[in-house]
Design a protein around this ligand. Structure first.
Ligand code: KG4
Ligand code: ZN
Length: 340
């Protein structure tokens, strides 16, 4: 079967469209929404308005870059959830309308399933090693921190989860405390490059099994910075690199320890990471350092496929199409993850 699939992603603050030929990526267009920088976080109402403005040009551009006509599409795959309701409504409604107009098949995709399957995106001419099932996928994004046992393209088990904040939120909140703009994960990563990760230490959360907790870490970082600012108003400016490197080191250390524990408990050594925080250079380096000792096959996504993108939605849609998992006009968004 030779399929052309249009993927549409609009779950949060990135409007994205991509076209795949089977699992080979032909185009991937992403429109970021700068407006949220003024507010230090995503404002849901502005996010849905920006999706409304971007969705048509983004889809047009993706089709043009792929050199695929609308009537060549075998299916339209869209993110149904989880995410922000107003944002999801734009992508979902657009996908349904487009499928009705073109009489094309619809495929609904779970955003986390898309992050998990982002490792199966193959670029044109690329020779790529793909994960073998079962593999473990650490999803680290702005909304989720989970260790998933991936049994097949269609079967997932959540074996570790955060009980409060996600790792991305921990990065973003730490960045906000340091006066860095939203989303702060990437800024922390950049500033940390010239800093000493061992300069300051913060207590790592003590939480059982394979679960995570990041809210206590955020609070202790807040109090630490606040107390030092009382003594020295220039404390942040003078120590930005060390503060960034130290908080990053703490978050990364928690993630790596749990992932190692999951690998030892399950005996699985195919290890993947995905979601926005998987772009973090310290996390990648820490995992690369563990790779040989742990005897891992390690799968690190390209940065553009770490953060939200429609390429992963199109590829997940491709595998769902192969499994005859189709949606219809009754499909409505869901805001919370229903992954078991
Ligand atoms: O997957 P994503 O684009 O959106 C969600 O599904 O949430 O993840 C966004 C998150 C934000 O919290 C952002 O700060 C974080 O990913 N992020 C990073 C880096 N790049 C993006 N965190 C740490 N280091 C990075 N380089
Ligand atoms: Zn995401």
């Amino acid at each position: 079967m030779n399929l052309f699939i249009l993927g549409i992603e609009s779950s949060c603050d990135d409007t994205s469209a991509a076209v795949v030929n089977n699992n080979v990526l032909l185009s991937n267009v992403i429109a970021n929404q700068d407006i949220h920088k003024n507010y230090g976080g995503v404002v849901p109402e502005y996010a849905s308005r920006a999706h409304q403005i971007s969705i048509v040009p983004v889809i047009d551009e993706a089709l043009q870059k792929a050199n695929v006509q609308k009537n060549q599409l075998s299916a339209i795959a869209f993110t149904r959830g989880p995410g922000l309701l107003g944002s999801l409504l734009v992508g979902t409604s657009f996908a349904k309308a487009m499928s009705l107009a073109l009489a094309t098949t619809l495929v609904e995709v779970d955003h986390l399933q898309a992050h998990i399957l982002s490792h199966f995106i193959v670029e044109q001419g690329e020779e790529k090693l793909l994960p073998q099932f079962p593999y473990l996928c650490l999803i680290v994004s702005g909304g989720h921190t989970r260790i998933i046992l991936v049994k097949s393209y269609y079967s997932f088990e959540v074996i570790g989860n955060t009980i409060d904040d996600a790792a991305g939120e921990a990065f973003d909140k730490a960045a906000k405390i340091l006066g860095l703009p939203y989303p702060g994960g990437q800024m922390i990563d950049m500033n940390a490059k010239s800093g000493d990760p061992l300069k300051y230490s913060f207590p790592e959360p003590k939480i059982g099994d394979l679960d995570f907790s990041f809210s206590g870490l955020k609070t202790s970082f807040l109090y630490f910075v606040r107390d030092n600012l009382r003594k020295n108003p220039d404390f942040i400016q003078q120590n930005l690199a060390d503060l960034s490197a130290s908080i990053q080191q703490t978050i990364v250390s928690v993630l790596v320890k749990k992932l190692k524990q999951a690998s030892l408990q399950t005996g699985i050594r195919q290890i993947a990471i995905s979601g926005g925080v998987s772009a973090n250079s310290a996390l990648r380096n820490a995992l690369l350092n563990e790779k040989d000792t742990m005897n891992w096959s390690l799968f690190l996504p390209k940065a553009v496929f770490s953060t939200d993108n429609a390429a992963m939605v199109a590829v997940a849609g491709y595998y769902k199409f192969l499994n005859n998992e189709f949606a219809d006009q009754h499909s409505t968004p869901y805001t919370r993850s229903n992954m078991p």
